[in-house]
Design a protein. Structure first.
Lengths: 278, 142
């Protein structure tokens, strides 16, 4: 295959990954890495390097749109970034210590989890409860635009949320993904933040989390410019198109389709890792 | 609701202004990075008939340069700037990727300044901790 065909095929695939990632809220990284590893036969370390770069681009590129809606909470995001960036550092260093087989298996499990998580309903918004704990001292609260005016919220179970965020950062650093599904789990399920606040703040945090892994990735030689180029431009373009469509389209059918793709990739990742082909 | 904590909290309007400014910074960084990466990409494809390097083989940093694929990985930030003198497409892509990685770091710097100007010492310190972690990573990749 010539460089031109390879690059164009990669670019096209990345556009689709970015598009689906934006429409389902899972991000492009979870698709790009297995596709690069399984279809394009790229070493998984180069694949996670290219994916990490595209994750930073998508998160930063979409931030402007989210901020204008007034949902994201910069304080909650910044506080939790202590956990995600520390986790990301640990995860990024781990990539050099564990086998590619182990990375592949963990990746497969995260794919299967993401597919399940994309269907889980979110909790009903609870009335704000000031418990006098960490949330109050750190002012982890805010208001968001809802039907009938602004609604107030306060973070619950802050230590649990912080802990899950550390895990989310670790997975991001180990797998080169945004791990938005785990971040939303921490904010929506553990900290009981409104769903819209969770998803938009999560997106805001993904870029900073990924940047914490980037320095380590560079020093390990995971980031290949020739590979990162089509992946970054493709995922970024695809996710920008995706976020435009999102406003109009009914996503339930698409979400089902994407979940099937994710499950198939997850099973294939685990199988390939176990049979030593990765 | 009379909440003693509320009176120290900056107004939502102040926060919103800070967030919009940060979001604009992020978008500018991404657009600039994408342009550099695209320019570098076009330059590397000037020889479109070249065969694809074998990406299945991973070359750890320090491996013999001759063994590495034609388009070698970024191994250090300093290396990216050294290679810029060659004027190769790959070096322009690498520069674009560095701009991209710097964008979220700049966002945290921006937040530190924003919180400091709002006299929010707690969140100035929290942002500084995040910044310290990011700087540690960058220094590692230097």
């Amino acid at each position: 295959m010539t460089v031109l065909t390879f690059t164009l095929a990669l670019f096209g695939t990345s556009i689709i990954a970015g598009l689906l990632g934006a429409l389902t809220g899972l991000g492009g990284g979870v698709v790009v890495v297995p596709v690069l590893a399984l279809l394009f036969h790229v070493d998984i370390r180069y694949a996670i390097g290219a994916s990490l770069v595209s994750v930073i681009a998508t998160s930063s590129g979409a931030a402007a749109a989210y901020v204008r809606e007034g949902f994201s909470n910069i304080r909650i995001g910044m506080f939790l970034e202590i956990a995600t960036t520390l986790g990301a550092l640990v995860g990024a260093f781990l990539t050099a210590m564990v086998s590619t087989k182990a990375i592949g298996i963990v990746f497969g499990i995260v794919l299967l989890y993401s597919a399940v998580a994309s269907f889980r309903g979110h909790h009903e918004d609870v009335a704000p409860q000031h418990t006098g704990g960490l949330a109050d001292r750190l002012r982890l609260e805010g208001e968001y635009p809802a039907e009938g005016g602004l609604k107030a919220y306060v973070a619950q179970r802050v230590p649990a949320g912080f802990g899950i965020m550390f895990l989310a950062g670790g997975l991001s650093g180990l797998l080169g993904i945004g791990s938005g599904a785990v971040k939303v789990l921490a904010m929506d399920q553990a900290m009981r933040l409104p769903f819209k606040v969770s998803t938009t703040t999560s997106n805001f945090m993904i870029g900073v989390t990924a940047a914490a892994s980037a320095g380590v990735y560079i020093s390990h030689g995971y980031i290949l410019p020739s590979l990162a180029m089509p992946v970054m431009l493709g995922v970024l373009g695809g996710s920008l198109i995706g976020s435009r469509i999102l406003i109009r389209a009914r996503v339930s059918t698409l979400r089902l389709l994407f979940a099937i793709v994710i499950v198939a990739l997850g099973v294939e990742m685990i199988y390939s890792s176990l049979s030593g082909r990765l | 609701m009379a909440d003693p904590i509320q009176k120290h909290a900056p107004t939502a309007e102040q926060d919103q202004r800070l967030e919009v400014a940060i979001a604009m910074l992020l978008r500018t960084g991404v657009v600039f990075a994408a342009i550099l990466v695209a320019i570098g990409g076009v330059m590397t494809l000037r020889h479109p008939e070249a065969t694809v390097p074998n990406y299945k083989i991973f070359y750890a940093p320090g491996a013999a340069a001759s063994a590495a694929p034609a388009n070698t990985a970024m191994h250090s930030i300093a290396g990216v700037f050294r290679h810029l003198r060659d004027g190769s497409g790959a070096s322009i892509i690498a520069l674009g990727l560095l701009v991209l990685i710097a964008t979220p770091i700049a966002r945290v710097v921006f937040a530190v300044i924003g919180f400091a100007r709002e006299h929010d010492s707690l969140y100035t310190v929290i942002s500084l901790i995040v910044l310290a972690i990011l700087v540690f990573s960058v220094v590692h990749g230097r």
